[in-house]
Structure formats: structure tokens, C-alpha cells
Write a protein that binds this ligand. Structure first.
Ligand SMILES: Cc1ncc(COP(=O)(O)O)c(C=O)c1O
Length: 401
């Protein structure tokens, strides 16, 4: 592995602030090449997409390059990549379209491990169509969401299942490919919220069996936008509401209005940057991404093991979730101290680890944390052992104060 965290850190001007950033699951810091790509797109000749003028061609190339980069990131097809402002916006749009075929007697399945953006829009769409919602629930002791639990909610009435790729608070990574197989056995569609998973693991949407898969670029070194990835043939079969003069082409007909070319250029640059996280990565962009994401996973898991070992010595600490397969994200409380006070005390020490339910509302409630939640510390590609030791030292000090 040629994962060199110090070399990576040099590309992030915001790290010169001296802040230790553990708020990556909420949004990561941005490397210079991403900002440069945004700026370059904006100051180059740029018009609406087309093929006649240079400025039109620039816009067109940015869009096509974005789709091909996203396809390489997740193992999908470029024509199946839909741009969106955020995952939440994409889920709302797609839930309204997909649910057009649901009716009374039909069932959909969501889980209480998920971020609310992968719960509420599907529930609201089901309610509007008279369909029934079934819940797959995680084990609150271990944090695991088992394949059996999801399978138990399925029947020949199930039309649609949406499950997170990883919990954005306790990090649990459900066994997606096994769940996907169960969902397809009953002939339902399977959607995966990959927003918290994609920044931490190599993704292969075909191996997962995800009919829909989405992630947000701003959680993985890019600008604020998201993508929904599906088989182009599946997109063709969906009939969304759209403006009359806008194209029927896929994926364009799911992307409303004029696209933000500069943001798309930045998102592509973030994927290209990710492909080079491990200097030893070689081959096609897809091969480099898989290699670099495996190296990042190895690096983060080692650091996470260190964090979990060290944090246990802090008086009164309670960590939630202990799933076997999880992202490097810790959700914890410090004795009887209010989590918001712990967050503020850390902030005074230039350490960013906020406290909230982080919109994983059902998960926070199931854990007995109500709507308040707890403190979250997530690792990112630029996190060092020194950052982790600073966090542990500060928590120890706060716990004893
Ligand atoms: C797992 C997960 N899903 C969805 C979202 C929402 O993403 P977006 O801000 O792109 O709507 C988040 C954001 O925190 C998340 O962590």
C-alpha cells in the first residue's frame, strides 16, 4: 500500500487551519484540484450544452465526463447516471415517479437504520398511493441489520425495498448483495442509499444487485451534489413528470433545468482525485478507484481500531453499535454530559465532532437517544493518528472536568 496521508493532506488548504475534522460524514474537506476544476469550468468558454460552438462543446464534455467518472466510481453505466442537487432531492423525485405504479395491497420496505432521506420520501409516496410500509429493524445491541430481518418483511406483495449501504451514525454496513438477492426473489426493486458507504469502500452496483444506488459528492471530497445510478433500461421504463420541450432521452429527462456544469466538473475532479489516493494505483480509472478505495479502507480501518481501543479508557464513555462490518464512524456519549456540551468543548479545542441525530432519526430513537442523538466522530482520507490522539485526549479531559 502506498497510502501517504501527509502527501494527501498537503492538497487540502483547509487543514492548515489546524482543525482536526471528524465531521466528514456530514461533509468532507475539499482538495485544491476540485476547486481548480470548478474555477476552470467557470472561466473557460461556457454556454448551454450543445455541439456547435466551443463553449457549448465544453459544457457537453463536462456532462459526459461527469457521467463516465460516476459510472467508474460505482461500476455502473454512464447513461444510467442522473445528476441531482443532493441525495434527498433525488429520492424525492424518484419516489414520486417509481410510486406511480404502487397501489392499495402493494408493500414497500424501509429500515430504521437509515438516514431520514431514505425513509420519509418513500413513506410519503406509499401513503399517497395507498400502499403499505413495512419496517426492517436493526438489533439495537449489536447495531446489525440482518438479511433475515429484511427477508422477513418481504412477500409477493413487495414492490420496492430501500436500505442504506451504511449507517451514517453507527456505521453498520448491511450485507447488501445478500439483501439484494432476497429482494429480487420476490420480484421487487432494490434501492441503496450509498451516501455514507461510498466514501469508505469500493462499490460495485452490479455485485450489490442495486436497481438504484446513490451517493453525494460532498461526502467524498467533492462539491455539493449527488447522483442516482440505475440501469439505463430501467430509467427508460420510468415515466416522470417533465417539461414538454425537454428531451425524453435518458438520463437527461430526470435532470430538471440547466445543469450546474462547474459543480459537475468539480465532482469529476473529486473522483479523479479519489482514484489517485494510493500512488501505486494503475490501469483504467475504474481499476485505480478500486485499488485506492481498498487502500483507503485498510488505512481507515486500522486508524478506527486505534480510536476504538483508546476511547474505551475514557471514564463514562458509551459507544453505540458494534457491527462486524462497519465504516470508521463512531457514535458516543460521555457519561451524563449533554452531547451538545461535549461537541462545544471539542470545538473550543479546534476539534470538529458535532452532536445530533444527524437525520438518522429512527436509528437515534431506537438506540434510546431520542431526537437529541449523540456525538459523532468519523474518519476521512485526511485523518491522522495525531488527530485521533487529539480527540481521545480532549475527550478524556472533558470527561474528567
Ligand atoms: C446515509 C446518508 N443518506 C443521505 C444523506 C443526505 O444526503 P444529501 O445531503 O445529499 O441529501 C446523508 C447526509 O448526511 C447520509 O449520511
Amino acid at each position: 500500500m502506498a497510502y501517504n496521508v501527509e502527501k494527501i493532506r498537503a492538497d487540502f488548504p483547509s487543514l492548515y487551519s489546524g482543525t482536526a475534522f471528524f465531521d466528514g460524514p456530514g461533509g468532507s474537506q475539499t482538495p485544491t484540484p476540485v476547486a481548480q476544476a470548478i474555477s476552470h469550468a467557470l472561466i473557460s468558454p461556457l454556454s448551454n450544452r450543445g455541439v456547435t460552438t466551443e463553449s457549448e462543446r465544453n459544457a457537453n464534455e463536462i456532462v459526459l465526463e461527469y457521467r463516465s467518472a460516476v459510472a467508474d466510481l460505482v461500476g455502473g453505466e454512464a447513461k444510467g447516471v442522473v445528476y441531482g442537487r443532493s441525495w434527498t432531492q433525488l429520492v424525492y423525485d424518484f419516489s414520486r415517479t417509481i410510486s406511480k405504479s404502487w397501489g392499495p395491497g402493494d408493500e414497500i420496505v424501509v429500515s430504521n437504520l437509515d438516514h431520514d432521506s431514505n425513509v420519509r420520501p418513500w413513506i410519503q409516496a406509499a401513503e399517497a398511493r395507498g400502499a403499505t410500509v413495512k419496517w426492517a429493524k436493526f438489533d439495537t445491541t449489536t447495531g446489525e441489520l440482518s438479511v433475515e430481518e429484511v427477508a422477513n418483511q418481504l412477500s409477493n406483495k413487495t414492490k420496492f425495498v430501500s436500505i442504506t449501504g451504511a449507517s451514517n451514525v453507527i456505521g453498520t454496513k448491511p450485507n447488501l448483495s445478500a439483501i439484494g438477492k432476497e429482494v429480487h426473489k420476490v420480484g421487487a426493486l432494490f434501492a441503496v442509499d450509498g451516501v455514507h458507504l461510498t466514501p469508505h469502500a469500493p462499490i460495485d452496483v452490479k455485485a450489490i444487485g442495486a436497481d438504484f444506488f446513490g451517493f453525494s459528492s460532498y461526502k467524498m471530497l467533492g462539491p455539493h451534489c449527488g447522483s442516482m445510478i440505475a440501469d439505463p433500461a430501467l430509467l427508460e421504463s420510468l415515466h416522470n413528470d417533465k417539461l414538454l420541450p425537454s428531451t425524453m432521452d435518458v438520463p437527461e429527462r430526470f435532470e430538471f433545468g440547466t445543469l450546474p456544469y462547474e459543480i459537475m466538473a468539480g465532482a469529476t475532479a473529486a473522483i479523479n482525485y479519489t482514484a489517485g489516493l494510493d500512488a501505486a494505483a494503475a490501469g483504467t480509472r475504474r481499476e485505480k478507484i478500486l485499488f485506492s478505495m481498498n487502500s483507503l479502507d485498510e488505512y481507515e480501518q486500522e486508524l478506527f481500531a486505534h480510536l476504538r481501543r483508546e476511547i474505551t479508557s475514557i471514564p463514562g464513555i458509551t459507544c453505540f453499535g458494534s457491527a462486524t462490518d462497519r465504516t470508521p464512524t463512531l457514535f458516543f456519549q460521555l457519561g451524563n454530559k449533554a452531547s451538545v456540551d461535549v461537541y462545544k468543548a471539542l470545538a473550543q479545542r479546534n476539534i470538529n465532532a458535532p452532536a445530533s441525530n444527524f437525520y438518522a432519526l429512527e436509528c437515534s430513537r431506537a438506540l434510546g437517544l431520542g431526537d437529541t442523538g449523540a456525538v459523532r466522530a468519523g474518519l476521512a482520507p485526511y485523518t491522522t493518528k495525531d488527530d485521533v490522539d487529539r480527540l481521545v485526549g480532549a475527550l478524556d479531559e472533558i470527561a474528567r472536568s
